[in-house]
Design a binder for this molecule. Structure first.
Ligand SMILES: Nc1nc2c(ncn2[C@@H]2O[C@H](COP(=O)(O)OP(=O)(O)O)[C@@H](O)[C@H]2O)c(=O)[nH]1
Ligand SMILES: [Mg+2]
Length: 347
């Protein structure tokens, strides 16, 4: 699984671009028939040099431009995340100015190519090539700030999490220490992978589960543990953080909200149900499952009490409430089965 940005090529500095291109130019070798006049040799050599230099720069620039995906074609999850990180309008302007620099480069090439062609003296041909080098150097050097900007953007975008936005995703939310990681681990077939997510200092944990190992084309789902994202009140987040969190709505097919009725996580039930309400309101159209964990260390009266409180918070809708002992993997398959009720059935 890869993010659309994980294979982006490096953005060179102008001097690096020019050094490589000129080096290629200086290595051009042409074989001449015996007794070829010096003027013909000089012209052919200089033409081949400026062609090589231009080709090299055009290819390199085209690659740099193409390495940035067209934002409109991104999956909405990545598009929303990118918007929190990058000024898309500024970005487009810069890409456009690279494209126009390419056009100028080709024009300068044409002019000097013609000069070399018309030369009647090897020195004139050599001078035309040198003049060409000088002019394109200044065109490319003028792009320095723009290339610096693109390099920074690339470094930011490259860190975006590797998630498959297309596959069925269960997102696990809830306060720290309620048992989210234990649940994700218990449900996943493979060892969860760790991914960076913007605006959190914690890592996103991505577990996978293969639906049927015997299937010739095994179908996978993913289970996300979201430390630092859906584990504290949204009302205390700034706007940008919130946007990065809300981007999860494009990803989540089901949200499992975990509550620790034992309060050994360090958060009171009232705080936990408050977060539950906030997250329910934020992700309104996404199916929701409530998970009471750590029932091994809670009295059954306490569990009934928490269930009653939850029902009072949501008088309009009957959300499923399931109980687990995540560390002992008890009840976790019921969570999985319950989430999979929302899995789109094939024909
Ligand atoms: N007694 C008990 N402890 C649990 C249970 N699930 C998790 N824990 C413990 O609670 C702590 C936090 O669990 P973790 O999965 O890391 O929570 P997270 O911070 O929400 O990811 C760990 O010490 C777990 O061993 C459970 O069902 N019962
Ligand atoms: Mg955890």
């Amino acid at each position: 699984m890869k993010s659309p940005f994980s294979d982006m090529i490096t953005i060179d500095k102008p001097q690096e671009l020019l050094d490589i291109a000129f080096k290629r130019g200086s290595k051009v070798e042409i074989k001449f028939r015996p007794r070829t006049p010096d003027i013909i040799k000089a012209k052919k050599r200089e033409m081949a040099r400026i062609n090589t230099v231009t080709d090299n720069l055009v290819k390199r620039f085209t690659k740099m431009i193409k390495t940035f995906p067209t934002f409109e074609n991104l999956h909405p999850f990545y598009y929303d995340l990118v918007k929190t990180l990058v000024d898309i309008d500024e970005f487009r302007k810069i890409i456009a100015s690279l494209s126009s620099a390419l056009k100028i480069l080709k024009k300068i090439h044409q002019e000097h190519f013609n000069k070399i062609k018309r030369a009647r003296d090897p020195t004139v041909a050599g001078d035309a090539r040198k003049a060409f080098y000088g002019r394109i150097s200044s065109v490319i050097n003028r792009l320095e700030e723009k290339l610096d900007y693109l390099r920074e953007q690339r470094n930011i975008l490259r860190k975006l999490p590797s998630i498959s936005p297309e596959i069925f995703t269960i997102v696990v939310a809830g306060y720290p220490n309620v048992g989210k990681s234990s649940l994700v681990q218990a449900i996943s077939t493979a060892k969860p992978e760790i991914s960076y997510y913007p605006f959190t200092t914690r890592n996103l944990i991505v577990g996978h589960r293969i639906l049927d190992e015997d299937d010739p084309i095994p179908q996978k789902i993913q289970i996300l543990d979201t430390p630092g994202l859906l584990d504290r009140p949204l009302s205390r987040r700034n706007n940008i953080e919130l946007k990065a969190i809300v981007a999860l709505k494009h990803l989540a097919n089901v949200i499992v909200f975990m509550i620790d009725p034992s309060e050994t996580c360090g958060y009171q039930i009232a705080n936990q149900t408050h977060l539950l309400k906030e997250i329910r309101d934020t992700f309104q159209n996404i199916p929701f499952i409530i998970n009471l964990n750590k029932i091994d260390i809670v009295q059954s009266e306490q569990i009934s009490q928490v269930k009653k409180e939850i029902k009072e918070i949501f008088p309009e809708e009957e959300l499923p409430i399931l109980e687990t002992i995540a560390v002992k993997e008890e009840g976790v398959e019921d969570i999985y089965d319950s989430a999979m009720k929302y899995y789109p059935n094939e024909l």
